[in-house]
Design a protein around this ligand. Structure first.
Ligand code: ADP
Ligand code: MG
Length: 331
């Protein structure tokens, strides 16, 4: 059935099912003029929003509705994680072409609800409108953080280590494979494509690292080069990143060789990995156990004086400026 036959209000009734995963903090969810939430005393509130536009952020020929829903929530949870916080509530606005099938929208929400359920996030409201040209999804997530755990970009100091979670570059390479279209036959491809279509936000790691000594944090949405530059700029420091230390998956290394690309370039400039980069004092890093964080941790460099700039040290030991050249919408 197409949306045109169902109408807005029946659709919202369908969306409303299974939206509350943590009822304690919700007085009113979907169904009134505004959601009514209980804030936790003494915690700071975090609010983040991201808009996904068909043909700009996703293509329905390469993603399923479920995957798209999962990612729309995931990118916002990643932002909350990078502040050291815990995500609590989501508000979701969608602009839908009337020819879309009701099943498509249900599947979109199934993907959103799966990730919300995993992290105890409530879907407490939104807006539903029609769109004459393509699908638009806007997700806003509200989270909270203990004031002492807040992770600002401006929190880095000289002498701290620069550390990343997971492996980097998988998502950007996965996107290249998807665009190529004939990726199915390669062993390395499913892993990379999945990292692009359904990236798992580092919610547990972000919250734990914030309590265990991380001083500044960013999620890696625009490529490592861009993220470390943002921290350096906000903190008035420099950074030395060692190229051979950047963690790369075996799948990325194989795929890059096949594509004739440089694997580490995907890590530096690819984007959409939704891993975390953070800075921490060496002695506090030594006390971290990967098992407790639930993520692989790799030291990739150190925080230096601002006068040293942000540099990449190659295999040969030579340092060159590391410029932020991530994606920019209007260039
Ligand atoms: P209003 O006319 O007051 O804006 P709506 O009829 O737009 O209310 O929405 C009714 C209820 O459904 C509200 O609680 C709203 O937050 C919720 N809602 C509407 N669209 C969505 C959506 N796409 N996802 C989640 N909740 C939604
Ligand atoms: Mg409305």
């Amino acid at each position: 059935m197409q949306l045109a036959q169902l109408g807005e209000f029946t659709l919202i009734d369908l969306i409303k099912q299974d939206t509350i995963n943590n009822a304690d903090s919700v007085v009113i969810g979907i169904g009134d003029d505004a959601a009514v939430l209980k804030a936790t005393p003494l915690k700071l509130q975090l609010v983040t929003t991201d808009m996904l536009v068909e043909k700009v952020h996703f293509d329905l020929s390469t993603t399923s509705a479920w995957q798209l829903g999962y990612k729309a929530i995931g990118v916002n949870l990643s932002d909350i994680a990078a502040m050291g916080g815990v995500p609590r509530h989501a508000v979701i606005s969608i602009a839908l072409p009337p020819y879309l099938l009701v099943d498509f929208v249900m599947s979109l929400y199934d993907g959103m609800k799966a990730l919300c359920r995993e992290f105890g996030v409530n879907i407490v409201g939104g807006d539903t409108v029609s769109s004459p040209h393509g699908l638009i999804i806007n997700v806003t997530v509200i989270g909270e953080v203990e004031p002492g755990n807040l992770q600002r970009r401006s929190g880095a100091s000289v002498g701290e280590l620069v550390v990343v979670t997971g492996t980097l570059g998988n998502s950007g390479c996965g996107l290249d494979l998807l665009i190529q279209d004939d990726w199915q036959g390669y062993d390395f491809a499913p892993f990379l494509v999945a990292r692009h279509l359904v990236p798992k936000p580092q919610v547990v790691a972000g919250g734990m690292l914030a309590t265990l000594g991380s001083k500044s944090m960013n999620d890696i949405s625009d490529g490592l080069a861009s993220e470390v530059n943002e921290i350096a700029l906000a903190s008035n420091v420099g950074m030395r990143i060692y190229e051979p230390k950047i963690p790369l998956s075996p799948e990325l290394i194989d795929a890059a060789a096949m594509l004739g690309k440089t694997a580490v370039d995907y890590a530096l400039y690819g984007g959409e990995d939704y891993q975390l980069v953070f800075t921490i004092a060496p002695e506090q890093f030594d006390a971290l156990a990967e098992g407790d964080i639930g993520a692989r941790l790799t030291v990739i460099g150190e925080v230096t004086d601002q006068s040293q700039g942000v540099v990449l040290v190659g295999e040969d030991g030579c340092a060159s400026p590391l410029e932020a050249k991530g994606y920019n919408h209007f260039r």
